[in-house]
Unconditional design. Sequence first.
Length: 169
Amino acid sequence: MTSIPNPGFDSDYASSQSTDRDAIITQLNSLLRGEISAAETYKMAIDKLSDSDRSRSSDCNCLRDMQEDHGRAAQKIRARITELGGEASNSSGAWGAWAMTVQGTMNIFGNASALKALKEGEEHGLKDYQEALDDVDSMSRSMIESEFIPNQQRHIMTLDGMINSEQRA
């Protein structure tokens, strides 16, 4: 029995689509690990700030809002990875070291240095999102452009304000 070729099926195309999908999932998992780490880092900063200075409740609320933004971003990225048929990361991986660095900075150098470290993390996250735009599918790109990049930019501006007020105090 001779097999009849299927003109509608291109095995090279199917293989490249699978490779593209895998690369997109890998990129999204990298962004996901960054978001998980950011949420962990903000939790540590909130705990430390609330323990050290009860008068900083408005700052803690700002940090909590940012932590929640990162948590929501992680959930959306996780859902997108699942939609693409991938398996989402469950931990921050190497990014977890960043959280520990910020915690150590807070313990040694105080709140202003910790806020600066949080800002550096946000700037790094912004750069990661901008660089990922060409490596993801259109639906993921839209989510990054409309939600995640604006959140990162807003966080950076908010942290700048907090740093400036901390330095004036």
